[in-house]
Ligand binder design. Structure first.
Ligand code: NDP
Length: 272
């Protein structure tokens, strides 16, 4: 027979997790603060977090660590925490678990609820190398023993995503102001992103070697381009916060003597 597993939190993600566990044949207990959330079919609702601690594994998926912390108890045997937070919050919870004899796995879900239970749903995790029930949610990827590592991957990858989303929306507003619809513009962005993505391994190598020689594109030319993008946005009456921030960052690399270096040299300013 399969393990008993509890899920704390029946929000969008917690419900998806509970459903996947039921689908995999686990005996599932669920707890949620409010009564209005539906109990996933096949799961058993409990009235307090403490009742949920009876299960062999407790999966927590709550809004944030401020919500999580007061709910935890040292009767938990294994805690699989899928609540998003900072690396420091993950480390503190790992320390709490160690001090209370609770086995701890910290995971981050790189997927939306609708993808849970499909192979495309990656769950990066650290702490105990035993991934316990994570296989029910998607593809578990162990990133290392050190607490906070999965949270760092999460924020790093989301940072790339937010930069792309922000850049896309700025660009789309600019095109819209020029009378070009998102439908017409977006396919070009897809191709462009693939090309840009293909440049990253080389950039990563330059970063690792601190070697910024280039015959492709120097910081100087990019500072000029970012000034033009900022001006073009301003001319259309658009917000300029995003292009200005990038211009400012690249400008500081230029001022630090990287004008003729590759774009990878901007990391020197970020590293401080
Ligand atoms: P929801 O807002 O849908 O659910 C939040 C959950 O937290 C609910 O169960 C809610 O209970 C509970 N909660 C909030 N405040 C309290 C409180 N004070 N005491 C007790 N319980 C509380 O969020 P999601 O399910 O979308 O997200 C949950 C976690 O999963 C977050 O950390 C999020 O970053 C992460 N995540 C979400 C993804 C997504 O696409 N949704 C993707 C990857 C990670 P109640 O019903 O009582 O309000």
């Amino acid at each position: 027979t399969k393990k008993s597993v509890s899920v704390l939190g029946l929000g969008r993600m917690g419900s998806a997790l509970a459903n996947a566990l039921v689908g995999e044949g686990y005996e599932v207990l669920v707890w949620n603060r409010s009564a209005d959330k539906a109990t996933p079919v096949g799961a058993k609702r409990v009235g307090t977090p403490e009742e949920a601690f009876a299960a062999e594994v407790v999966v927590a998926c709550l809004t944030n660590y401020d919500v999580l912390r007061p709910l935890l108890g040292n009767e938990i045997r294994t805690l699989v925490n899928l609540t998003s937070g900072t690396p420091q919050e993950a480390r503190e919870t790992a320390r709490w678990a160690r001090e209370h004899g609770v086995e701890y796995v910290d995971g981050v879900i790189m997927a939306v609820p609708q993808q849970i239970g499909t192979p495309g749903a990656r769950v990066l995790f650290d702490g105990s190398e035993n991934h316990h029930v994570l296989g029910a949610f998607g593809e578990p990827v162990y990133v290392g023993a050190e607490a906070g590592l999965a949270a760092t991957y999460d924020l790093a990858l989301l940072g790339v995503m937010w930069s792309v989303f922000g850049g896309y929306l700025q660009a789309t507003a600019l095109m819209e102001a020029a009378g070009v619809s998102p439908e017409r513009f977006t396919p070009l962005v897809g191709d462009w992103l693939a090309e840009v993505g293909a440049m990253l391994p080389e950039m990563g190598q330059e970063v690792r070697r601190n070697d910024y020689e280039t015959d492709v594109s120097a910081v100087d030319i990019n500072v000029a381009g970012l000034r033009m993008l900022t001006e073009a946005s301003r001319e259309q009456g658009l917000d300029t916060a995003l292009p200005q921030a990038l211009h400012g960052l690249f400008l500081r690399a230029q001022q630090a003597g990287h004008g003729q270096h590759s774009v990878a040299s901007v990391i020197e300013v970020i590293r401080k």
